[in-house]
Design a protein around this ligand. Structure first.
Ligand SMILES: Cc1ncc(COP(=O)(O)O)c(C=O)c1O
Length: 425
């Protein structure tokens, strides 16, 4: 049986519309930004495989580090035991994180990192015998697929079947306008008992690469923190250089209490995530018995193979080559965005925005959102051009691995122009 036949028979893919969805494309190999199918066709991975890949596929340096670790120690329980890859990774990350981030809690994916930050925030107040229970988030936010993460996220088609099971979260207006969000925040703070405020800093990914100024977020955080609210920065998508700095929080004038990082953490090779927090948060969990301890742990917590991959990925990320590549991509995006804004397709566009290596092109559409009709047409068009772009509804976005070449970027931009040409007809 071929891969496709077996796939059709057995595999349940995310986001497929069952009867109407297209067959999954069997990918047999990756190299740099390219993915190759069974017939040898190549596709430029212009979305970094759902935002996880930083340095390209099957990177020899990452592969050698992973393979080396596999032969020494593949996994141990991360309770009562520790290992050098985990402790070295914490030390390496500390250099890039806001200086107040002192403690590192490992898990395996972004949603778990969010659950952990939410659970820690709730328990923090209970450990301090203060009954703060309410969670604030931002309108349009996305924080993952598990129940706590879904609760914190915007209610949407993704959560529709589960809304009755989600806990209540107050969603503040999107902070493109600071005063509106601050007013709403202040009103919530006046009502009291706010435990935590969670947000995607600078770019909301899944809701369409919506961008907002660092200054507005800094203001929101400092107002929230003035009332003791724990601020959780969800850097699952924005981490590892996506917004132009290693973390988006590096652009803020204040520091969050928690950070959730995943996706690019391992360089896109292994499932790995971290919830980091301040010493003050950690200290609230110290006690004489288990009642104040954080009783949470996953089987693959602190996986050493993931950790060595993360360290190797940081080696590459910190290199001049990668730093220059990020700058090059940002400046190419800027040029392309300017061209689009004044070009012949300007009338089709609602907005063109960019930050760091992320470029988003929002099309005018009757029905926006993930289920926008135009999305499927665009996706098939890009695949036919040898480019992997998965529009978020009516928003085409480009978020490539940093190793993408200028020629490959040209091809991606051209595929966007030819898609706009098709829509214009
Ligand atoms: C901002 C943000 N938070 C959390 C998540 C959930 O991460 P994961 O898919 O690894 O569970 C995502 C995934 O796209 C995300 O973009």
């Amino acid at each position: 049986m071929s891969i496709s036949e077996k796939d059709k028979r057995y595999v349940w893919h995310p986001f497929t519309q069952m009867k109407t969805s297209e067959d999954a494309l069997p990918i047999v190999r990756g190299e740099g930004t390219l993915l190759f199918d069974e017939d040898g066709n190549s596709y430029i991975d212009a979305i970094a495989s759902w935002w996880v890949n930083l340095h390209g596929h099957a990177h020899p340096y990452l592969a050698s580090k992973i393979s080396g670790q596999m032969q020494v120690l593949e996994h141990i329980p991360f309770a009562g035991f520790t290992h050098k890859p985990a402790t070295d990774l914490c030390e390496r990350l500390k250099v890039h994180l806001p200086s107040n981030q002192q403690k590192f809690f490992f898990s395996g994916d972004g949603s778990s990192a969010i659950e952990i930050a939410l659970k820690m925030s709730i328990q923090y107040w209970r450990n301090k015998s203060e009954m703060r229970t309410r969670i604030l988030a931002l309108d349009g936010g996305y924080h993952g697929e598990t129940f706590g993460a879904m609760s914190a996220g915007a209610r949407s088609i993704f959560s529709a079947h589960f809304n009755d099971y989600l806990f209540e979260v107050v969603h503040l207006p999107f902070p493109s306008n600071a005063s509106k969000s601050i007013d709403a925040l202040t009103q919530e703070l006046e009502k009291g008992d706010v435990a935590a405020f969670i947000f995607e800093p600078l770019i909301q990914g899944a809701s369409g690469m919506r961008m907002y100024p660092a200054k507005n977020l800094s203001e929101l955080i400092s107002v929230a923190q003035s009332e003791g609210v724990l601020c959780i920065a969800d850097e699952v998508m924005t981490g590892f250089g996506r917004t132009g700095t290693v973390f988006a929080c590096n652009q803020l004038s204040v520091q969050p209490d928690f950070m959730c990082i995943s996706k690019g953490l391992s360089g896109g090779t292994m499932p790995l995530s971290l919830t980091t927090c301040t010493q003050e948060v950690y200290d609230a969990f110290l006690g004489d018995d288990m009642t104040t301890a954080f009783l949470h742990g996953h089987s693959f917590t602190g996986n050493p193979v993931g950790c060595v991959s993360a360290i190797a990925s940081l080696d590459l990320l910190e290199s001049d080559e990668c730093i220059n590549a990020m700058k090059r991509i940002a400046s190419r995006h800027t040029e392309f965005a300017e061209d689009l804004r004044v070009g012949k397709f300007a009338g089709l566009l609602e907005d063109v925005r960019f930050k760091g290596s992320v470029l988003a092109i929002e099309l005018k559409a009757d029905k926006s959102g993930y289920s926008s009709e135009v999305r499927n047409t665009l996706y098939s068009h890009f695949i036919s051009q040898g480019v992997l772009l998965r529009p978020l509804g009516n928003v085409i976005y480009i978020l490539p691995p940093y190793c993408i070449t200028d020629e490959e970027l040209d091809k991606v931009y051209k595929s966007v122009l030819s898609a706009l040409e098709r829509i214009a007809i």
